[in-house]
Design a protein around this ligand. Structure first.
Ligand code: CA
Length: 534
């Protein structure tokens, strides 16, 4: 067996885009993707992470990314004398020279360039998936898309804590309330962050044991209750980036879940560095793949937060259902938030790489239900009373369709959905899509998407700060069938800044021969469910 290996210190691949134009990307960073997107001239990019998407001045659309990132550091882009050049993530701040250690015979990930005549052509492509190895799992019958709710948003708002004080969110009692809510609302699964012992309000311990529940969370009681009600349980492992420790415990922690019939895991890697290595280094890449593989061996699906970027590895490991890897909903709880246009940039950038667990669906847009509540405690120094979600309510519904994720969360406190007429969309929605198409859109401006799940279709359209009207042919529906279209629209006077809650629900009969006029408020959206008339 050959013992020789090569230390890779640089990659010289270049992407020389002949015509200048506009570009959309986040700056290169080796530890996080949770950064604001920038629109700038292609020629103005100093560094960028991928997917880096652009439109040339003569109207061609393109995106640079990579596929099959299995045992290599991530690729970012850096301008060298005006040419975008590959810049690999170093091992860590104490080892900036070393990018990768590989055997003499090795394959790098693919470097990909997508090109389209329309912006939506970039989305309607399977290039990234197809450049990955086929599925290695023999049995995939246990891999299932799901809708879920959970004790999560309350912690980000500061209403609950992750643990160790009287505001602990994940209690046995509250877990059962969420399970009851899931059953009553056609929701498949529940997630309880802060279920394990060792949290201090908002801080993860650095040697968590994911077999030890918090004193007020009886996991076996909760699991028995969930099983009786037919609801799946997503277990949570927040590693705080302590990867060496986590890998030592991994088999035991996964066995603990598997023995209890748990088939779903959400992981987290909050904070800077993993044992001194960058999150996106070869060390990190290997770790995320190891968790996907060890989980698959126990029939466990994975949703990673603070992940390595998606590069289509879910073709090989289809249990790697979804991941975070961009600014998600949480940023709206404790920062100036995500701009309205963030949601019209994501589908053309981050989501070209694969699904994202953005966790949409906040109905209490201005957090009115917790205003003045003495339990609410600031836990993050960027938290302020001005925090809110920067969209209309109808746009929150549309994002369940637009931002693709096989696990799709209704992220708000369940109290804000109880009795809400617009929550019917999520009850009807099926995240198990067998066909999807981006129908129309422009990067950072607007997007319209249709998805099919069996006989049902779902449509979502969203816009940035500008209101606009789209003409949308329904030619994606199956010909010869009449559908009941339930339309969740912005009310005529809706506006994300001044009147975000105003919505209207309309029902009408439609066929594939019809065209709908889709009116979107500033920062607004529209969602439609199409259910065949029997
Ligand atoms: Ca995050």
């Amino acid at each position: 067996e050959a013992k020789e290996s090569i230390i890779i210190t640089d990659e010289l691949t270049q992407f020389n885009i002949a015509k200048d134009g506009r570009s959309w990307s986040i700056p290169a960073h080796f530890d996080t993707y949770e950064l604001e997107y920038r629109e700038m001239p292609i020629s103005g990019i100093e560094t960028a992470n991928t997917p880096m998407t652009f439109r040339t001045d003569d109207g061609l659309y393109g995106s640079i990314h990579e596929a099959a990132l299995v045992d290599f550091p991530e690729m970012t882009l850096a301008s060298k004398e005006g040419v975008l050049t590959a810049a690999l993530a170093p091992d860590g701040p104490r080892n900036l020279e070393q990018k990768a250690i590989v055997p003499l015979n090795f394959k790098s990930p693919w470097r990909t360039i997508q090109i389209g005549r329309k912006a939506v052509d970039l989305i309607n492509s399977s290039l990234i998936l197809n450049l990955n190895e086929p599925c290695v799992l023999k049995d995939v019958s246990w891999i299932k898309p799901a809708k879920y709710v959970g004790v999560w948003w309350g912690m980000h708002l500061g209403l609950y804590s992750w643990g160790k004080d009287a505001r602990h969110g994940a209690t046995t009692e509250r877990a059962k309330q969420y399970i009851d809510f899931a059953v009553a609302n056609n929701i498949d699964a529940v997630l309880f962050e802060g279920w394990n012992d060792g949290w201090t309000v908002a801080n993860a311990d650095h040697n968590f044991d994911f077999t030890k529940p918090a004193p007020d969370f009886d996991i076996d009681d909760v699991l028995a209750y969930a099983r009786e009600k037919g609801v799946d349980y997503i277990i949570h492992h927040e590693t705080a980036g302590e990867v060496a420790w986590y890998e030592q415990q991994l088999e035991k922690d996964l066995d603990f879940a598997a023995e209890r019939g748990i088939h779903a895991l959400k992981t987290g890697y909050a904070g800077w560095l993993m044992d001194g290595h960058y999150h996106h280094s070869q060390y990190g890449v290997r770790h995320y793949a190891k968790v996907a593989s060890e989980a698959a061996a126990r029939k466990i699906m994975v949703d990673a937060h603070e992940p390595i970027k998606e590069t289509g590895l879910r073709r090989t490991y289809p249990n790697f259902m979804t991941r975070e890897g961009a600014r998600g909903m949480e940023w709206n709880a404790w920062s100036s938030g995500n701009k309205p246009s963030h949601h019209e940039v994501l589908p053309f950038t981050r989501l070209l790489s694969g699904p994202m667990d953005y966790t949409p669906g906040i109905f209490d847009i201005e957090y009115r239900s917790i205003a003045g509540n003495p339990d609410v405690k600031v836990w993050n120094n960027t938290h302020s009373s001005k925090c809110r979600v920067n969209t209309t309510l109808a746009k929150q519904i549309a994002l369940w369709v637009v931002l693709y994720s096989p696990w799709q969360m209704a992220a708000d406190l369940i109290e804000n959905y109880e009795g809400h007429p617009a929550f019917q969309f999520f009850r009807d929605f099926d995240p198990d899509c067998d066909w999807s198409e981006a129908l129309q859109g422009e990067i950072g401006e607007y997007i319209a998407v249709a998805r099919r799940s069996g006989g049902r279709f779902f449509f979502g359209a969203t816009t940035n700060e500008e209101g606009r009207t789209l003409e949308q042919p329904l030619s994606f529906l199956k010909p010869g069938i009449t559908y009941t279209a339930t339309i969740y629209a912005d009310a005529p006077d809706a506006d994300w800044q001044t009147n975000p809650y105003a919505y209207a629900i309309e029902t009408r009969a439609v066929t594939s021969a019809d065209t709908l006029t889709v009116v979107l408020a500033p920062g607004g959206g529209q969602a439609i469910s199409f259910i065949p008339v029997r």
